[in-house]
Design a protein around this ligand. Structure first.
Ligand SMILES: *[C@@H]1O[C@H](CO)[C@@H](O)[C@H](O)[C@H]1NC(C)=O
Ligand SMILES: *[C@@H]1O[C@H](CO)[C@@H](O)[C@H](O)[C@H]1NC(C)=O
Ligand SMILES: *[C@@H]1O[C@H](CO)[C@@H](O)[C@H](O)[C@H]1NC(C)=O
Ligand SMILES: *[C@@H]1O[C@H](CO)[C@@H](O)[C@H](O)[C@H]1NC(C)=O
Ligand SMILES: *[C@@H]1O[C@H](CO)[C@@H](O)[C@H](O)[C@H]1NC(C)=O
Ligand SMILES: *[C@@H]1O[C@H](CO)[C@@H](O)[C@H](O)[C@H]1NC(C)=O
Ligand SMILES: *[C@@H]1O[C@H](CO)[C@@H](O)[C@H](O)[C@H]1NC(C)=O
Ligand SMILES: *[C@@H]1O[C@H](CO)[C@@H](O)[C@H](O)[C@H]1NC(C)=O
Ligand SMILES: *[C@@H]1O[C@H](CO)[C@@H](O)[C@H](O)[C@H]1NC(C)=O
Ligand SMILES: *[C@@H]1O[C@H](CO)[C@@H](O)[C@H](O)[C@H]1NC(C)=O
Ligand SMILES: *[C@@H]1O[C@H](CO)[C@@H](O)[C@H](O)[C@H]1NC(C)=O
Ligand SMILES: *[C@@H]1O[C@H](CO)[C@@H](O)[C@H](O)[C@H]1NC(C)=O
Length: 741
């Protein structure tokens, strides 16, 4: 309401004064926002006085001829806007502002006594002494604009405004340097070549060079003997009172010559210091970088970062992950390096060395102080945050690596997964949601019929014997008769099973139903026609092809990742081994037997329990009675991974002495660079083989905290992150012996 009122007042007085057209004021005159707010030049092109800014007023000069009132000069631009009670007086001491009754702020600094003032048609506001000699002029104190007849003197600067509606000092400056060079820098940077983003190139011209703008829109640099050093724009534009020119360093950091030619009511750009809106350093804030999109600048955050202010992207970005404490031991599992190609940044390293791209990443990942690294022409430059002045430049070969907490990755995966689940559920709605989420309950008699009296045994596992069966709708199923189960109520039994039934992942065997009938406990699973991975892998006839092995490894990894991080209740499998991975008809691996041993809620991941699992695959912490976490599964997966890619069991007593324990042999070969020995007969892709070996060796580290999380494992297998060289292995043999004991 108040703002509207002020606006009304402002425009009313504006016209009133314009009609008076008084350019001169004498001692004792005053201006105020509500009464006599401004003074016009005799042509009416320019006005001096109070203008609206935010919810208040500032004092300045603007071009009044054009409806869009372009402010060309602002007094005390960084002071807060004034209230409508403010007044401006012309006294012998110059212009004195009274923000409120009793307060006095000088707007002009003069040594002689003033006797009058005038708003000139050039846009210059001047104070005269009694001899009509100019003792102060606004042209000597430019803010963001030069007008014809105004000079940028040596040592003087123009600063951009914050925005079109906020005339406080913005982010960019243009300096007429003492070396003769006219240069642009971001504010608050050091005034050295490394930070400059525009330069006239006249750095040998010496002192006292000035930037002149003439009446005909000619913008040029002059040395002290009036020699034309450089013409930024050409002379010859029409020069008369109906044409207005101005040179402004715009909010976006580029300085431009504008014209408003006779009859037009808008500005057109005659010349720009640059056509690339990403040029001004710092146009995007800290930790973000500028990309050109259709000639407009667009700011993007570093990976893992988020905008501080969604409404003002130029504010920059902040970490969107909690980095936690940095211990070099754990750094591999809590961080990852993200590459950003063709981006350039402020070059502000604390360490520089020549190396490869790969090692540059590893070096930063392993260094707690390193938050990002730039790889430029064979040099690695470790840096700390924040990253400044980022921009994408397709012809630049610099690669930036940013260290990001791996929590971020979880979020992305979970997000994708949720979308997928949602789609899946909504797709199935018409087909009967019940079957998808709820378990079918069977009586013992029914299952006896389904399995034809438990005739065909498929296998025997830790929890019981599995039989083949056929449901009345002809679906083939595997029925597991549980043995030695804890006697618990049906509700609890069902609850636990519901949890398992809610896990939907293509690498997990689906639970379809159950039987809770007297003492009988049975589970009904989908049937996997191609048996277990163990049979598939260790049989003698046909080994799986290399591609099959890689695909199977990834599938198992993704299945475990789902159990660990993506289902509603975290599930630690505790018995990952080839016998517990089943193969469907398309040779897609599916993990079986999960969720039965113990459902661990995510807030109880550390529990002490007796050893479970299978010798050869169990992690050393089981024997050391250390807390069991998801990392126990990572260990087992590591063993399985090496078995898969080498197509042999971890323990093979038939092998030669050095090769009895697969993981020891793999380690030896890896250390000696002789990985070829492990797959002598094969069409194996050597690079992938080495990568998977490295993943396997990371997984089977003795110290659980050194093992990567499953999500990291999957990313490494997928090849989306680089894999550091695993630490020198600590006696695998001892842990194998321990496992056998
Ligand atoms: C302002 O004062 C100057 C100098 O006295 C005079 O030449 C000019 O005509 C005056 N302008 C107006 C509009 O009174
Ligand atoms: C102008 O911008 C500055 C710096 O961002 C801010 O401190 C000030 O409050 C703004 N002024 C107005 C009137 O919005
Ligand atoms: C440069 O600008 C100043 C101030 O407007 C003017 O006095 C001077 O004549 C100009 N120099 C040239 C060579 O145009
Ligand atoms: C620059 O101007 C200053 C002040 O007018 C003068 O003292 C100095 O000698 C000048 N320098 C050059 C190189 O002309
Ligand atoms: C200005 O430039 C001209 C041409 O290069 C040169 O002759 C003259 O000496 C320069 N003036 C000064 C003060 O350096
Ligand atoms: C710059 O402009 C001036 C005035 O039009 C002209 O005399 C001079 O030759 C021009 N200099 C160059 C390098 O174009
Ligand atoms: C000013 O220049 C414009 C365009 O060059 C022309 O149309 C107009 O008549 C001129 N005005 C005066 C007063 O000379
Ligand atoms: C602004 O100027 C351009 C030419 O520079 C003209 O085409 C356009 O119509 C003008 N717009 C307005 C609103 O005057
Ligand atoms: C930042 O993190 C939050 C919460 O983890 C997430 O919802 C959001 O999508 C993330 N933003 C970006 C840009 O990654
Ligand atoms: C590092 O590489 C740069 C250029 O790639 C080369 O000039 C420099 O001599 C190298 N330094 C060392 C110590 O090898
Ligand atoms: C998988 O099982 C199907 C049907 O039981 C069989 O025909 C096929 O040969 C098996 N595939 C492999 C690779 O063992
Ligand atoms: C063990 O080695 C012997 C001789 O090398 C071979 O005949 C036998 O088939 C091997 N047994 C197994 C299980 O690999």
């Amino acid at each position: 309401m108040a703002a509207i009122l002020l606006l009304l007042l402002f425009s009313t007085f504006h016209t009133a004064i314009a009609q008076h057209g008084s350019a001169n004021i004498s001692l004792g005159s005053s201006l105020s926002p509500t009464n006599n707010p401004s003074l016009f030049s005799s042509s009416g092109n320019f006005a001096f006085g109070f203008f609206l800014e935010g919810n208040g007023f500032l004092i300045g000069i603007w071009i009044s001829k054009i409806p869009e009132k372009k402010v060309v000069w602002t007094a005390n631009r960084d002071d807060p806007p004034l209230s409508r009670d403010a007044t401006l007086h012309l006294t012998v001491d110059g212009l004195i502002l009274q923000p409120t009754e009793g307060q006095e702020i000088p707007i002009t600094t003069i040594s002689q006594s003033a006797s009058s003032a005038s708003m000139l048609d050039s846009g210059n506001f001047v104070l005269y002494d009694s001899q009509m000699k100019i003792i102060w002029q606004s042209f000597d104190y430019p803010t963001d604009t030069l007008l014809p007849g105004q000079q940028l003197m040596v040592g003087k600067e123009l600063y951009s405004s914050v925005s079109e509606t906020n005339h406080s000092t913005g982010k960019f400056q243009l300096i007429m340097q003492h070396d003769g060079n006219l240069v642009q820098y971001p504010v608050a940077s050091s005034l050295t070549a490394a930070y400059a983003y525009y330069s006239s190139g006249t750095f040998t011209a010496g002192d006292n060079v000035t930037l002149n703008l003439s009446d005909d829109g000619h913008l040029y640099l002059l040395n002290s003997t009036d020699f034309y050093l450089k013409n930024l724009t050409n002379a010859g534009l029409p020069a008369n009172q109906s044409n207005i020119y101005r040179m402004t360093i715009d909010v976006d950091g580029i300085f431009r010559l504008y014209s408003c030619l006779n009859g037009n009511s808008n500005w057109s750009i005659q010349w720009s210091s640059s056509n690339d809106k990403c040029d001004p350093k710092g146009i995007c804030g800290l930790n973000s970088y500028c990309t050109l999109n259709d000639e407009q600048s667009v700011c993007s955050c570093l990976p893992g970062f988020d905008f501080i202010e969604q409404d003002d992207l130029s504010m920059g970005c902040q970490k969107n992950f909690t980095s936690g404490s940095c211990q070099s031991q754990k750094i591999l599992t809590t961080f990852t390096m993200y590459p950003l190609e063709n981006t350039i940044w402020e070059n502000n390293p604390y360490s520089i060395f020549n190396t490869t791209k790969e090692y540059c990443q590893e070096a930063c990942l392993g260094d707690c102080n390193c938050e990002a690294a730039l790889f430029i022409d064979g040099q690695c430059r470790k840096q700390k945050l924040p990253m400044r002045y980022g921009r994408r430049k397709l012809d630049d070969s610099t690669i930036a690596f940013v260290k990001v907490g791996t929590r971020i990755i979880t979020c992305i995966l979970i997000y994708r997964h949720r979308v997928w689940t949602y789609k899946k559920i909504s797709n199935q709605r018409s087909m009967g949601l019940t079957e998808d989420i709820f378990l079918q309950s069977f009586s013992y008699d029914e299952l006896e019929k389904v399995t034809e009296g438990f005739k065909e045994e498929l296998g025997k596992g830790a929890f019981g014997t599995v039989f083949k069966g056929t449901l009345s709708d002809h679906r083939v199923v595997a029925v597991k008769r549980l043995e030695n189960v804890v006697n618990e109520g049906e509700r609890q039994f069902r609850n636990e099973l519901t949890m398992i039934a809610r896990t939907h992942h293509k690498n997990l065997v689906r639970l379809l139903g159950y039987c809770y009938d007297g003492q009988n406990r049975l589970l009904v699973y989908e049937y996997m026609s191609n048996g277990s991975l163990a049979e598939f892998l260790f049989r003698l006839e046909r080994h799986p092809t290399w591609d099959e092995r890689v695909r199977i490894s990834l599938g198992i990894g993704r299945g475990i990742l789902y159990l660990h991080e993506e289902c509603e209740t975290q599930i630690i499998h505790c018995d990952i081994k080839p016998q517990n991975v089943l193969m469907d008809k398309d040779l897609c691996p599916k993990i079986a037997d999960f969720g039965l041993s113990k459902l661990l809620k995510s807030d109880q991941t550390r529990t002490f329990t007796g050893v479970r699992g299978t010798t050869g695959y169990v992690a050393p912490e089981w024997y050391r009675r250390l807390p069991i976490t998801v990392k126990a599964d990572v260990y087992s997966f590591g063993i399985v991974l090496l078995e898969i890619i080498c197509c042999r069991k971890n323990l093979d007593t038939n092998a030669s002495m050095d090769e009895i324990v697969l993981v020891n042999w793999v380690c030896d070969c890896f250390e000696k660079g002789e990985l070829d020995l492990l797959n002598a007969d094969e069409e194996v892709d050597k690079k992938t083989f080495e990568r998977i070996v490295k993943v396997g060796l990371w997984c089977i580290q003795n110290d659980p905290s050194l093992r990567p999380s499953m999500k990291k494992v999957v990313l490494m297998l997928e090849g989306t992150v680089d894999i550091p060289v695993p630490p020198s292995p600590t006696s695998f043999l001892s842990s194998i012996i321990a496992s056998s004991g």
